[in-house]
Write a new protein. Structure first.
Length: 335
């Protein structure tokens, strides 16, 4: 195995980034985090154990200074905007941040001979499923600018591999959820749009109710089915992807999910059981752009990375997220 060097983690103060940083530190990795703190949280990082740089990856001078000082061996790239609806109304914001800004980073990597890149991609690059479970050969036809921005960056990365040997793993996440079981770090988005945190916000009374988006889907109970992947499982997959690249692995996409789907109603019932509360629910119309069912085929992750989800039951996701919501931080940083 190649010698371990410093890792640059962009967006390391965000939800998935901070959980991955925590895991990599446990494995003894040396880490530099670059985060603009637009969505990330300083408190999500152990500042005494990482080098932290507040800034934007499109800041050429900052990136050049970072590479000169730290000479990172690999980049784990999380920094991105991720609100699908906003990407439809403000596409240029997404193409600028998710596609154009990383080009500055990639130029610095090329100049400094840094040739390992782990990319937070998404199942949104596939668009509407043609079949489930979805493997990596599923056609990629993103249906919104968020998915398109990630898909286009995958293309850019492949071209960089062809031209100068950049080796990448595109980790295509399904529905990230849960929190570190310690309750010390968690999910804190503003605005929060995701199902599990919103259900728990309804359970604490932070929002009056949870609205279920659509009950007439062609699924057994009429609500959408998703593959919920625990954020700590995502973190461990990044470590495995790093090992794969250090061992000389070729550029490749890998889906990250459990292979099991759960409906919105099933998640709601589990949340009531975990919290012991009656959660106020309204049943509303469908949300535009939601496919009925998204389920991952995780076979390649196992075969290529030797990775498999540990938290396959969303009950554990809800338990950990509830612990975070009811911790002294009450599911929020900075208070
Ligand atoms: N959902 C819902 N109410 C909400 C938020 C989400 O019914 O307040 C549904 C949504 O329609 C989808 C599922 O929950 O079927 C997961 O949505 P989320 O936004 O968490 O993730 P996405 O699948 O959009 O990435």
């Amino acid at each position: 195995m190649a010698q371990k060097g410093t890792l640059l983690v962009t967006g390391g103060a965000g939800y998935i980034g901070s959980h991955t940083v925590r895991h990599l530190l446990e494995l003894g990795e040396k880490i530099v985090v670059l985060d603009s703190l637009v969505f990330g949280h300083r408190e999500a990082l152990p500042m005494d154990r990482v080098s932290f740089i507040e800034g934007d990856m499109s800041d050429t001078a900052l990136i050049e200074a970072l590479f000169t000082e730290h000479q990172p061996e690999a980049v784990l790239h999380f920094a991105a905007f991720a609100y699908v609806g906003e990407s439809v109304t403000d596409p240029l914001k997404y193409y600028r941040n998710n596609l154009a800004a990383p080009l500055i980073l990639l130029e610095a990597m090329q100049r400094h001979g840094c040739k390992r890149f782990i990319f937070s991609s998404t199942c949104a690059t596939y668009g509407n499923p043609v079949y489930v479970p979805m493997n990596e050969d599923h056609p990629q036809a993103p249906v919104n600018p968020y998915g398109a921005s990630k898909w286009m960056l995958e293309r850019v990365l492949r071209d960089c591999d062809h031209a100068w040997g950049l080796k990448c793993v595109f980790l295509r996440y399904f529905n990230a959820s849960g929190c570190d079981p310690s309750g010390e770090i968690g999910e804190d988005h503003d605005p929060e749009t995701h199902l599990i945190p919103r259900i728990l916000m309804a359970a604490t009374g932070e929002i009056p109710e949870i609205s279920v988006f659509g009950t007439d889907y062609p699924t057994p109970d009429g609500t959408c089915i998703r593959d919920y992947i625990h954020v700590c499982d995502l973190a461990s997959a990044h470590a495995k992807a790093l090992g794969y690249l250090r061992d000389g692995g070729e550029t490749t996409p890998v889906n990250l999910g459990t292979g099991r789907g759960f409906s919105v109603k099933e998640i709601l019932q589990t949340a009531e059981s975990v919290t012991g509360k009656n959660i106020p629910v309204t049943y509303g119309p469908r949300r535009a752009g939601d496919p009925p069912e998204l389920i991952c085929d995780p076979a390649k992750a196992k075969a290529v990375l030797g990775w498999e989800a540990q938290y396959k039951d969303p009950r554990s996701h809800l338990q950990h997220a509830w612990q975070w919501m009811t911790s002294p931080r009450k599911g929020r940083y900075g208070q």
